[in-house]
Design a protein around this ligand. Structure first.
Ligand SMILES: [Cu+2]
Length: 118
């Protein structure tokens, strides 16, 4: 009886250890990157973050209205940083690497049309 109890205790402990290890490994596999994304307001923030959140390989996306810096947590095995820049540009916002198409930019609401370099 006693050894059966011990056996289950050991199995449970191993199971918990395995789950914890797996979660840690997955979190460690994620990369965090910060880069500049041009925009103006809270609506820009929502547009940028929503566009990125639709991609399941991007775990977290936060754009700061004041500093214009975007911080993304993503799985580098599944998506490249270039692809992330492209998603932001496709939403109408220039990044420090990829520019949005003029047509996409022009569709933004007036208040969202940030200053662009000529
Ligand atoms: Cu805006």
């Amino acid at each position: 009886m006693k050894s059966t109890k011990n056996f289950f205790a050991i199995v449970m402990a191993l199971l918990i250890a395995a789950i914890t290890f797996n979660l840690t490994a997955r979190t460690l596999a994620d990369d965090t990157a910060t880069f500049k994304v041009y925009g103006n307001c809270g609506m820009c923030k929502k547009r940028i973050e929503t566009a990125l959140s639709k991609n399941k390989d991007i775990k977290k996306a936060t754009w700061d209205v004041k500093t214009k810096m975007l911080t993304v947590v993503y799985d580098p095995k599944k998506i490249t940083l270039d692809a992330i820049h492209q998603i932001v540009a496709d939403a109408g916002h220039d990044t420090d690497k990829v520019k949005a198409k003029d047509a996409t930019y022009n569709k933004l609401m007036d208040c969202c049309q940030y200053e662009r370099e000529k």
